[in-house]
Design a protein around this ligand. Structure first.
Ligand code: FAD
Length: 645
């Protein structure tokens, strides 16, 4: 067996984005030893790309804002499929998490009277996004890293070793989680196996608790705002270890990705552009969003240009602009306009901020957007409109967790951030991810710490045969294929992206989804013959082959769940089943892998419907009866104060 470097920790956090770092801080604050492992360089996680801001009802821009309003907006955005307990905790705790970041050294933009400034975003009733220009994610990561360094300095002062309690393993990819019979006799987490991307050398972390914080799955799609790290690793690691995924049919296609020039296709234009007054216009020069206010949002959005523009000046005296409807609605509207022949030359629509704000103000409020378009596309957004269209952006689906602790189905496994599921239901509101990372990163770190403390010293062990199997699986792509026709991982990846884009994209149809499932089965067969040249030292083809293992499994979950859900809700639009179906409102689609298949390189996924736990009466009562009537059955609303006896 190849040599394997060994480490032992109380908690291993896989992922060094916002969720991972917040979990590290929490577990370390409880005195535990923590390893943080990440695929890329430390400080370069996907969170760094977050632009618009972090949603928290601090009430600085409008004092009517509070956690109840934020909770209601989040549930509406998710079309009432959200895990309501997560939405409640998130809305209640987000302001404290933002303020806490300032104690770590973050400095958010300020209002004129010195409070944290908050900006408008789609689906949020009041200006709610705490931000640092359009570089909020960078500030979030920078300050949490700073906090980690300060904790390491405390550890040095006490033990003489900076890494006594927190050690970073950068550019290490985890390929498998290891389990063993735990305290209750069932399989529990025993550790994680991976490799150094540079040397190809193997490494194992023995730990009774693992927090997955690996982010999303966007690299399974051709047009995406996501970075190379988003290959669904955490989702697949969890499934193969015996945990479940939920809501995988719900993918957010952000309405405003760049569509031109081709070199930057898919790159995001933050919703902050519309929050600061930018408007969507079709090729006839019409602000078309007024034509796309869906029935469930009627009455909540401005119905004329004058009213929308008045709302920008003072959001108490008018209703909000439909340019800021939730993302699923705006993405579908753009799709319709393009389909109707009112799109731009390159298949998008125009997003115009140039005619709405003075150039200096645009550069001040949106420095990264201005820089990105100027440098990468030679478009000056202070002078001309951008061409934008939907891009695969965020996965609402993820690892099924306990809302309070982040615990997944396997004892010792925890998850937080984009790789976990439930919080956002069928559609996430912009800005609700950064706050999700902070709230549930902390909770998962705490959950893991309490779990380890509860073990009282007994830890599941890792066997040599576990290591041999993990190493053998990781090296499969170096074996010559049995039938002599090798598959190139890049070709396979390209074919997967094309399949997902064309057949499981923004608008879905039964026959296309069935076709996708057949294609995915073919791709899985082809994957068995995937072969790479060269050695284990920095070998991108090998890295991709390992990532493909995860993308194929996760894509299967997305396609199967999308076929089963015969309705349109949030980030899942079925052309053959337009509109929401009350039957599906309380149904979760749960993805799992049969325990007999755990050992397979890419096991088959099974998707089964399960009932959602009904919302607590006091939370349901926060909504007007007439609003929840649009989603709930009379029986479900029997306890609502507005129900007639
Ligand atoms: P990430 O920050 O992606 O971190 C994942 C970590 O996991 C990385 O360190 C990665 O290296 C590691 N990893 C993955 N797989 C492995 C593996 N196998 N082994 C080891 N390590 C692994 N949300 C908002 O709320 N507001 C915004 O303004 C906003 N703007 C956005 C702009 C863009 C362009 C994009 C793409 C997203 C934006 N989002 C925004 C969404 C938000 O940024 C993400 O949902 C969030 O950052 C995810 O954080 P995370 O901690 O879950 O994962």
């Amino acid at each position: 067996m190849p040599e394997v470097e060994r480490h032992s920790y109380d908690v291993v956090v896989i992922g060094a984005g916002g969720a991972g770092l917040r979990a590290v801080i929490e577990a370390r604050e409880h005195g535990l030893s923590v390893a943080v492992v990440c695929k890329s360089l430390f400080g370069k996680a996907h969170t760094v790309m977050a632009e618009g801001g972090c949603a928290a009802s601090m009430g600085n821009a409008n004092e009517k804002d509070n956690w109840q309003v934020h909770f209601k907006d989040t549930m509406r955005g998710g079309k009432f499929l959200n895990n309501w307990r997560m939405a409640e905790l998130h809305a209640q705790e987000a302001p404290d998490r933002v303020w806490e970041l300032e104690t770590y050294g973050a400095l958010f933009d300020r209002t004129a009277d010195g409070r944290i400034s908050q900006r408008n975003f789609g689906g949020h009733t009041y200006p709610r996004l705490a931000h640092v220009g359009d570089r909020t994610g960078l500030e979030l990561i920078r300050t949490m890293q700073q906090k980690i360094v300060s904790l390491q300095q405390e550890d040095f002062a006490e033990t003489g070793d900076y890494e006594a309690r927190i050690k970073v393993f950068a550019e290490v990819t985890i390929t498998d989680l290891l389990t063993a019979p735990g305290k209750a006799g069932t399989n529990a987490i025993a550790g994680a196996f991976g490799y150094y991307r540079e040397s190809g050398n193997f490494v194992v972390f023995e730990a009774p608790a693992i927090v997955l914080a690996t982010g999303g799955i966007g690299k399974s799609y051709k047009v995406t705002s996501n970075s190379w790290e988003y290959t669904g690793d955490g989702h697949a690691l969890a499934l193969r270890a015996g945990a479940t995924l939920i809501n995988m049919e719900f993918l957010q296609f952000h309405p405003t990705g760049m569509v031109w020039p081709p070199s930057v296709k898919g790159i995001l234009v933050t919703e902050g552009v519309r929050g600061d007054g930018g408007v969507l216009v079709n090729s006839d020069g019409k602000r078309f969003m007024f034509d796309y206010i869906p029935t469930v949002f009627k009455g909540q959005y401005a119905e004329s240009i004058e009213e929308a523009d008045q709302w920008l000046k003072d959001n108490d005296s008018a209703r909000r602009t439909p340019d800021l409807l939730p993302r699923d609605e705006v993405a579908r509207a753009i799709n319709e306009e393009v389909k109707a022949g009112r799109g731009t030359e390159h298949g998008g629509v125009y997003l115009d901020i140039a005619s709405r704000l003075p150039a200096a103000e645009i550069v001040k409020r949106l420095p990264s957007m201005h820089h990105q378009f100027k440098e990468l596309a030679d478009v000056d957004i202070t002078k001309e409109p951008m061409e934008v269209g939907p891009t695969c952006h965020y996965v609402m689906g993820g690892i099924e967790v306990d809302p309070d602790t982040g615990a997944a189905k396997v004892p010792g496994l925890f998850a937080a951030g984009e790789c976990s599921g439930g919080m956002h239901g069928s559609n996430r509101l912009g800005g609700n991810s950064l706050s999700d990372l902070l709230v549930f990163g902390r909770r998962a770190g705490l959950g893991a710490a309490e779990y380890v403390e509860g073990l009282g010293g007994t830890r599941p062990g890792i066997t040599e045969s576990d290591l041999e199997t993990a190493a053998k699986t990781a090296l499969l792509a170096f074996d010559p294929p049995a039938d002599g026709t090798p598959e190139n991982p890049y070709t396979l990846h390209h074919d997967l992206q094309q399949t997902m884009n064309d057949l499981v994209g923004i608008i879905r149809k039964e026959h296309e989804l069935k076709q996708a499932i057949e294609k995915l089965a073919e791709l899985r067969e082809r994957f068995d013959r995937v072969s790479v040249d060269g050695k284990r030292q920095f070998n991108p083809g090998w890295h991709l082959a390992l990532d493909m293992r995860n993308m194929l499994l996760v894509s299967e979950c997305v396609a199967q769940a999308a076929l089963l859900r015969t309705e349109s809700r949030g980030g899942h639009t079925r052309d053959d089943h337009p509109g929401m179906d009350p039957f599906w409102r309380n149904k979760l689609l749960v993805c799992s892998v049969d325990p007999d298949d755990f050992g397979q390189t890419v096991p088959a996924a099974t998707v089964t419907p399960a009932d959602q736990i009904p919302m607590r009466d006091d939370l349901l009562a926060l909504f007007d009866y007439t609003e929840v009537q649009k989603y709930y059955s009379p029986a479900e609303l029997a306890g609502h104060p507005g129900a007639t006896p």
